[in-house]
Every structure is written in C-alpha cells, then in structure tokens.
Design a protein around this ligand. Sequence first.
Ligand SMILES: [Zn+2]
Length: 78
Amino acid sequence: MNSAILHNGKVVTAQEYNVDIHGNRIFCIDRSCKVPVIYVPESELTMSYFKKTGKNDSKHKPNCGFFKPLDFIDSIKK
Ligand SMILES: [Zn+2]
C-alpha cells in the first residue's frame, strides 16, 4: 500500500515517510483495521511502500480494503 496512518492519526505516503520524523509506529490506512505495517524503501525494482509485518497478529481485518481471503488464489485458478 502507498499510504499509512501514524500513531498520531496523520496519514503519510511511502514517498514522504521518514522514520526520524514520523517514527516507526505505522498502521494500515483503513481506520477500522489499523494492523501494524512496516516501511519498505524503494529499490531498483519497486517504489517505496508499506506492507504488513508478517507476524501472526498482522492480518488485515476482513472489512479492510487490503484484506484478501486466503482462497483468493484458488478462486482465480478455477
Ligand atoms: Zn488493513
């Protein structure tokens, strides 16, 4: 995702995010979800962006726009 919410409720984009300014407590943009996310710096292949931490408690809520059901891949194979 390209945007995240800071601990103070402000929205920051990956392009303007700076850990020294914004801190490292950043969350999913969907206010009903707010799963912790981490910043991924830009590389030769991708722009900078935010993603889930990958920990067990790091899952988007089902009503979050970034939530994808686990059977998503299965359903497009059929
Ligand atoms: Zn989410």
